[in-house]
Design a binder for this molecule. Structure first.
Ligand code: ADP
Ligand code: ADP
Ligand code: ZN
Length: 214
């Protein structure tokens, strides 16, 4: 299955993608994680990306597209988390998939009210293995330590209220048009993300099971 998780920052894309990855054995590709890795390593794309990420703006399309092209070229199926985020990226993804004779199965939109997004992001605890926790809503068993891999959890530099307002604004301006784009293609599914993690996952699982059967 090939799917996209489309949602504003802090809505639960990473959380749900990890659950889908475990259950359905589909690779989870997060452009945010890939960009943060590139920043940490100090690669050329990483150096270019950092200043945009710090401000809560989008990294230029060509930087992200190069990264994603590399990631998906050898994969049969995948979950895209945080990509595409602009119409340009969506169109280029279509082209890449067409060249490889692959098609998207579904785009899942997770809807969460703005005020919740800020609370989720500000309390987020991240792990380098891809797992995400929340200080209140989803705490790890041992404080500050990842349940899955035992590494120390960290707070992302952009997870503060100020940057979040800018990220939400960017989402509305640049990414929201994709909802219509995928709706028109007939592959958009919308899930209410304003409920607990298990319930959101349950809804997504139902959608994916239906696709698997077809
Ligand atoms: P995104 O990848 O969309 O930015 P994350 O999956 O990283 O979102 O989730 C953001 C924060 O909100 C994390 O701290 C996560 O534990 C928490 N979270 C995710 N989904 C829910 C939910 N349904 N209810 C409460 N908190 C959630
Ligand atoms: P969130 O959890 O807020 O959805 P991500 O980890 O997906 O955040 O992304 C963090 C930052 O990385 C974004 O604010 C943006 O600067 C950059 N980024 C991630 N994905 C993309 C993309 N597809 N296009 C442009 N910039 C991106
Ligand atoms: Zn971990």
């Amino acid at each position: 299955m090939r799917l996209i998780l489309l949602a504003p920052p802090g809505a639960g894309k990473g959380t749900q993608a990890e659950l889908i990855e475990q259950k359905f054995r589909i690779a989870h590709i997060s452009t945010g994680d890939l960009l943060r890795e590139a920043v940490k390593k100090g690669t050329v794309p990483g150096l270019k990306a950092k200043k945009y990420m710090d401000k809560g703006e989008l990294v230029p399309d060509e930087v992200v597209i190069d990264i994603i092209r590399d990631e998906i070229k050898d994969l049969y199926d995948f979950i895209l988390d945080g990509f595409p985020r602009t119409l340009e990226q969506a169109k280029i993804l279509d082209k890449i998939l067409e060249e490889e004779e692959k098609r998207l199965d579904t785009v899942i939109e997770i809807q969460v009210p703005d005020e919740r997004l800020v609370k989720r992001s500000v309390g987020r605890l991240s792990c380098k293995c891809g797992e995400v926790y929340h200080e209140i809503y989803n705490p790890p068993a041992a404080e500050g330590i990842c349940d899955r891999c035992g590494e120390k959890l960290y707070k992302r530099e952009d997870d503060n209220a100020e940057t979040m307002y800018s990220r939400i604004k960017t989402y509305k301006m640049k990414t929201l048009p994709l909802i219509k784009y995928y709706f028109t293609k007939g592959i958009l599914k919308t899930v209410n993300g304003d409920q607990d993690i298990e319930r959101v996952y349950w809804k997504i699982e139902k959608i994916l099971n239906r696709i698997k059967k077809d």
